[in-house]
Design a protein around this ligand. Structure first.
Ligand SMILES: CC(C)(COP(=O)(O)OP(=O)(O)OC[C@H]1O[C@@H](n2cnc3c(N)ncnc32)[C@H](O)[C@@H]1OP(=O)(O)O)[C@@H](O)C(=O)NCCC(=O)NCCS
Length: 242
């Protein structure tokens, strides 16, 4: 793997990355958002063990995010087993000096497409904690959709906390690509908007295309009214059917 993403690259881990991995991973702000298996303090030995394990895997599914001089983060997929073998869970972190520059947004978008195409996966999930706003934004911008909230599903840093998992299906990616390429006037569907209940957003735009949510996960019937002469006044109403 060697892929340019903005000013960075995604590439295979190398054992020579151990010092930069140990330097950047040794950060409580990063560990607080990951599982407890992520060591703290993060030693050079921890970095060497991690890299050895990653590069021995076949196929390799965990990669370094790197600047021109050193590794600055990690992104990867934990492949599902048995009946889950066409699925994977995505995980990632970035060195703190590089936060907020759009790097992980690029990385997640790239690895998602790569995984659907190269690993032939059908579903990718991610399990950020409910309070990890940055990670949720990264995933949503890559087409992931919130599945809900798993209340009290983790014990982290002495507290019981919630997960808010997201996932993306190969079908959602295909629909998003179709919209991006063909730019239809309007689409009415459930895929992009399954989360209306969670986000409150039932209309969205991709380029020139308007997307209206024609799906709802409660007992009511959603009614979207619009006139092609005045799309700005479109409205959505939930009709009770009892
Ligand atoms: C989560 C993380 C990977 C984000 O990487 P990043 O490269 O800084 O993210 P981006 O720059 O691509 O930003 C993505 C979005 O998150 C937003 N964002 C970034 N930091 C934020 C913060 N602290 N609070 C709220 N939103 C934030 C950005 O504004 C952007 O949204 P926008 O395009 O709508 O403005 C990084 O903060 C990190 O490594 N955190 C610790 C480890 C972690 O949380 N891993 C994920 C576990 S699920």
């Amino acid at each position: 793997m060697y892929q340019k993403i903005g000013n960075c690259i995604i590439r295979n881990w190398q054992i020579q990355d151990a010092p930069s991995l140990a330097k950047y991973a040794n950060n409580r702000k990063i560990r607080l958002n990951l599982r407890d298996a992520f060591p703290q303090p993060y030693s050079l030995r921890d970095a060497e063990v991690f890299i050895s394990r990653v590069i021995e895997a076949d196929p390799e599914t965990i990669f370094a995010i790197a600047s021109h001089s050193e590794a600055i983060g990690s992104i990867g997929l934990l492949l599902g087993k048995d009946v889950h073998r066409f699925t994977a869970e995505m995980g990632y972190w970035l060195a703190e000096p590089y936060w907020g520059k759009g790097i992980m947004t690029y990385a997640v978008q790239f690895l998602t497409t790569w995984a659907f195409e190269e690993l032939r996966l059908h579903r990718i999930s991610a399990e950020p904690y409910a309070n990890n706003t940055a990670s949720h934004r990264v995933l949503e911008k890559a087409g992931f959709i919130r599945e809900g909230v798993l209340r009290s599903s983790a014990f982290k840093d002495g507290k019981i906390i919630d997960h808010a998992p997201l996932d993306v299906h190969i079908g959602s990616i295909a629909i998003k690509r179709f919209i991006e390429e063909k730019q239809p006037f309007l689409t009415l569907h459930g895929h992009v908007h399954e989360t209306v209940r969670l986000t409150g957003a039932w209309e969205e735009k991709i380029g020139d295309t308007l997307l209206f949510a024609g799906a709802h996960d409660g007992p009511e019937l959603p009614l979207v009214r619009f006139s092609t002469d005045d799309m700005a006044s479109a409205s959505r109403q939930l009709i009770s059917i009892d």
